[in-house]
Design a protein around this ligand. Sequence first.
Ligand SMILES: Nc1ncnc2c1ncn2[C@@H]1O[C@H](COP(=O)(O)OP(=O)(O)OP(=O)(O)O)[C@@H](O)[C@H]1O
Ligand SMILES: [Mg+2]
Length: 359
Amino acid sequence: MESKQPPTRILYVDDDEDDHIIFQRVLHQIPNSYCHLYFKTTHDDAIKWIGQNSCDMLFVDFYLGDKTGLELIKKIREMALTMPVIVLTGQSSPDIDAQSLYGGADDYLEKAHLTPVLLDRTMRYALERRRHLSLLTDRQSQLERLGKKLLAIQEKERKRLARELHDGIGSTLTAVKYALEENLYYQTNGDAHERPTLESILSWVRQAITETRAICSQLRPQALDDLGVKLAVESLCKKTGQVSESLEIACRLELKEENFSEDVKIAVYRIVQEALNNVTKHSEATKVEVSLIETKDELMLSVHDNGIGFEVPITSTEKSGSGFGLDSMKERVELLSGHFELQSELQRGTSIKCRWPKS
Ligand SMILES: Nc1ncnc2c1ncn2[C@@H]1O[C@H](COP(=O)(O)OP(=O)(O)OP(=O)(O)O)[C@@H](O)[C@H]1O
Ligand SMILES: [Mg+2]
């Protein structure tokens, strides 16, 4: 029966041609196996072949003429190739077993005890282990990228906060301090009309309170606590509509608040906030649709505008130099095990779609 899967491409490296024939026979006795077997007798021929061909798995004899299978493994790992490698030996030896594993082999088999069942199991396990390993490596590099990005965002946020505190509350409090000092000075040194009035000092204090509130509401959306996510998003839409009068905003919100965690609600709020900021700053859109809908299995958020769109960068390097908003949306979604999608087409608009599974 013909398999739909592509064949597993196996390279067998052994200086003994008889062993090759035996291996081929055992391999063909595995039920439903679909493999292409290639054979090389020396270390150098194997390296040359691997350099020019793709290969899913390698079987290598421990002793290869004047070289060893371990040297071959070292070489292919230096070539950054990650296919599973299984070492074969003529006789059992714990020393060869240990050397093979430490040398980068995935497994070790004795030729004398090779059976179809053992070979089949060894191949399946080795392929599966490598598949998991490559998933883990991908995930790890994704996490490293995410970590670096988060640090950069945190640093940017700290700078922004320092600026707000310095230029806003800091300078208002400085003005209050001078006014109070003057007030005290004139209290003891005569001319009472020269001194700043308590009303003017009070108005600065009020201003400092307003500025503190503004900073706090940016750090933690107060609207979420006061109104819940539906009304908070609706209020964001309304505010955006008031700022950009030519923009028509449609808002569809269908969810039960209690079905979602606080973290997801904060992510929803921040993503809508940044998406609407982007719409006003960049899109030149006349319409934007915000929808937040709960289905049987997930929560779906989408923000779609009919603006000028942009070319979505394929890699983060292509994007270097531009802002943080879109990256931060993606990170927020993925940190909560969600899925983020950005689509944009020139002159046709931009869509942001986020999905979070229900817990
Ligand atoms: N809705 C949109 N319509 C058109 N262009 C957009 C839209 N959203 C984003 N862009 C484009 O993508 C770029 C990156 O957006 P992003 O939100 O990451 O950064 P930013 O808005 O430039 O800066 P920041 O969000 O850090 O203040 C924008 O500079 C803009 O060119
Ligand atoms: Mg932005």
